[in-house]
Design a protein around this ligand. Structure first.
Ligand code: ZN
Length: 181
């Protein structure tokens, strides 16, 4: 049995004789599932859901709609700032130090500030717009240095250090920030 919830979408109702009251879980399909004792129908299941909305949001890690909207707006703004800045900053450093790259991509990854693909495209995280400029530049110089060194060898770090003498400090400071928006 299923019913439609205005917030959580299709909710699956399961029956289990061993459940006391009700139990909320998430099916592998992603659907919210409520398990109730036999004989409890959709009407009561809906009542349970209504009484436990807050807990269910926590459980599903759903932010309340206003928070989600604020976050979306922030992300949009950051993406716009990033578009207007990062490709030009990358080009500035590339020209200054004579690097050639094939393209730039702006990413929204939660774990990486930047990366360089084997095809020569440099990805920069829009979250860089939240960190101080010297740290942002460090990430750009780090990715540019990967054009000559695919690894993090001593030669790689030497090249980064020749462009950013404070790279060790910048690298450590960057750990205080999270790339996720
Ligand atoms: Zn690297």
């Amino acid at each position: 049995m299923t019913f439609n919830d205005p917030e959580f979408g299709e909710v699956i109702v399961r029956h289990n004789a061993w459940v006391r009251g009700y139990k909320i879980s998430v099916a592998t399909s992603g659907h919210l599932t409520i398990t109730v004792p036999p004989g409890i129908g959709a009407f009561l299941a809906k009542r349970f859901i209504n009484s436990a909305r807050e807990d269910i949001r926590d459980k599903l890690d759903i932010k309340d709609p206003a928070t989600q909207r604020a976050r979306d707006a922030q992300k949009k703004l950051l993406a716009k700032k990033a578009r207007d800045y990062l490709p030009y900053r990358l080009e500035f450093w590339a020209q200054k130090f004579g690097y050639k790259y094939s393209g730039v991509r702006l990413s929204h990854a939660n774990t990486r500030w930047g990366s360089r693909s084997s095809s020569g495209t440099i990805s920069l995280n829009i979250g860089l717009m939240k960190v101080p400029e010297p740290l942002r530049d460090y990430v750009i110089l780090h990715e540019l240095a990967h054009i000559n060194h695919m690894d993090h060898s001593a030669e790689f770090w030497q090249e980064v250090g020749s462009h950013d003498p404070n790279y060790k400090r910048h690298r450590a400071q960057l750990k205080q920030f999270s790339p996720g928006v």
